[in-house]
Design a binder for this molecule. Structure first.
Ligand code: SF4
Length: 89
């Protein structure tokens, strides 16, 4: 039931933003779904890097203005460049 996405979540009003989550986070709920094993809701990441654990989803909820994953990647790259330039002195 929940596995098919026919309209991109960015263009479908059934996929909603979360008030505290990043601008790219979308979720849709199935409040009447009482089928065992079927999800109560689905998450979609417009950046294509969805949270895969509850801890990652929690980070999405605390990243109201930007993606925590992209911020961490940028920070790691900056640290790597800084580390490399220290060795080239
Ligand atoms: S992984 Fe990043 S872009 Fe995707 S929903 Fe979470 S915070 Fe947003």
């Amino acid at each position: 039931m929940a596995g098919q996405i026919h309209t991109h979540p960015a263009e479908n009003c059934n996929w909603r933003r979360h008030k505290n989550a990043c601008p790219f986070y979308r979720e849709r709920w199935f409040p009447c779904n009482d089928v065992v094993g079927e999800p109560m809701y689905q998450v979609f990441c417009l950046k294509g890097t969805p949270p895969v654990t509850l801890e990652e989803q929690d980070k999405c909820f605390r990243s109201k203005s930007r993606c925590w994953r992209l911020a961490e990647s940028t920070r790691r790259k900056a640290e790597k460049v800084g580390h490399t330039s220290e060795h080239s002195k």
